[in-house]
Each structure stands twice: as structure tokens, then as C-alpha cells.
Design a protein around this ligand. Structure first.
Ligand SMILES: [Zn+2]
Length: 203
């Protein structure tokens, strides 16, 4: 049994207590209908919860040989602004060298701030609070690779398994998986049948 500071059920308890997870019938901006809606900043706004969650994630990341062999010469890279608190917590626990994060620009493409770029040969661990379609994470992988960096592993706090995201041979760890119903474009949504109209939510 892997020793972590926080078990998946404790993670779920934190999310429920802070209302970072809601159960019902939701329509996401992508058009998908789901039975869970996550708003992770509601949990991460509490420093102690943010620390427990990210330290728990760091324990899993430390078990990835590609990471442990290279510490502390590793950069922790947040895939979104939601990943920033996670990146800080993971960096502290791993004593990694530095933190970076990508953001969506005006054109919608993911980018680093000017002059704040991954350097050729830089070893990167990519983190986020939540993974949905995996599109943002895949853009970040490309961004890091285009700069000549190496992606050692990916870590997220919650994986609602919406897309069963496949990152090929890159190790992918998550603190908790939440099996979630998922109906692309609301087609054949059983929740529509049982619960009527979905609540329209933003990210
Ligand atoms: Zn529905």
C-alpha cells in the first residue's frame, strides 16, 4: 500500500466540505452533461487543505523514478492558474528547483509569460488541480516540448475520468479518481430523462 498523507476518501471529504464538488445534473461549457461539477478553488482557497492535497500528490510523484532520480533539478509547471497552488505545494514537498505556470492567452492558446520559458533540457513535472478533457494538459506538453524541455510526469488532484485521458508513455498520477457520468453534447443523457434540464455552469 502506497503511503500517502491523504487517502482518496479524505480527498473527497475535503471537496464535499468545501463544496468544491457538487452532485446533480450539469451542462459544461463544452456542451457535455455530467453528474458532478468541480470548482477546485473552493477547496484550494484554504491553505491547509491546499497543502494537504498537494503534499499528498507530491508523495505519488516522488514514486515516479524519472522524478526522484532528478530532484532537485526539476521544474514544477502548472497547466493553468488553477494549478498554481498545487505547483507551489508540490514544489515545497519535493524541494524542486522552481515553479512555472502556463496561461490561456487572448487567442485562447496556452503560453508562458514573456521571458518565462522552459529552457532546452529542463526537466518538468506538469500539475493541475483537475483534468477534464485533457486538452489543456496536452497543449502544455506540446509547449514544453517545443521549448526543448522534458516532461517527466503529470500529476493532478482530481481525475473525473471524463475522457480517460491517455498521455502515452508519460507517467500520470492522480490523488483521487471520481467516476463521473459523461454525455458529450448531452446526447442520450440519462440525467435529462430523470432530472429534467441541467444547470448550466462555467469553469
Ligand atoms: Zn443531461
Amino acid at each position: 500500500m502506497t503511503q500517502v498523507l491523504i487517502s482518496p476518501s479524505e480527498v473527497m471529504q475535503v471537496l464535499a466540505e468545501t463544496e468544491a464538488i457538487r452532485e446533480g445534473h450539469f451542462k459544461l461549457p463544452t456542451g457535455e452533461h455530467t453528474n458532478y461539477y468541480f470548482q477546485m478553488p473552493l477547496a484550494l482557497r484554504y491553505f491547509n487543505y491546499a497543502r494537504r492535497l498537494s503534499v499528498g500528490l507530491s508523495r505519488l510523484l516522488r514514486l515516479v523514478p524519472q522524478i526522484s532520480a532528478r530532484l532537485p533539478k526539476v521544474s514544477i509547471v502548472g497547466a493553468s492558474t488553477g494549478g498554481i497552488p498545487v505547483a507551489y505545494g508540490v514544489r515545497e514537498a519535493l524541494q524542486a528547483e522552481q515553479i512555472m505556470w502556463a496561461e490561456g492567452g487572448r487567442d485562447g492558446a496556452l503560453h508562458f509569460r514573456q521571458y518565462d520559458e522552459v529552457k532546452p533540457g529542463e526537466n518538468c513535472v506538469l500539475v493541475d488541480d483537475l483534468i477534464l478533457s485533457g486538452r489543456t494538459m496536452k497543449s502544455l506538453i506540446q509547449l514544453v516540448k517545443n521549448a526543448g524541455g522534458k516532461v517527466l510526469a503529470i500529476g493532478v488532484i482530481i481525475d473525473p475520468s471524463l475522457a480517460k485521458t491517455d498521455f502515452g508513455d508519460i507517467p500520470f498520477v492522480k490523488l483521487a479518481e471520481v467516476p463521473t457520468l459523461h454525455f458529450p453534447n448531452g446526447e442520450a443523457c440519462t440525467l435529462c430523462k430523470d432530472k429534467g434540464k441541467p444547470t448550466v455552469v462555467d469553469w
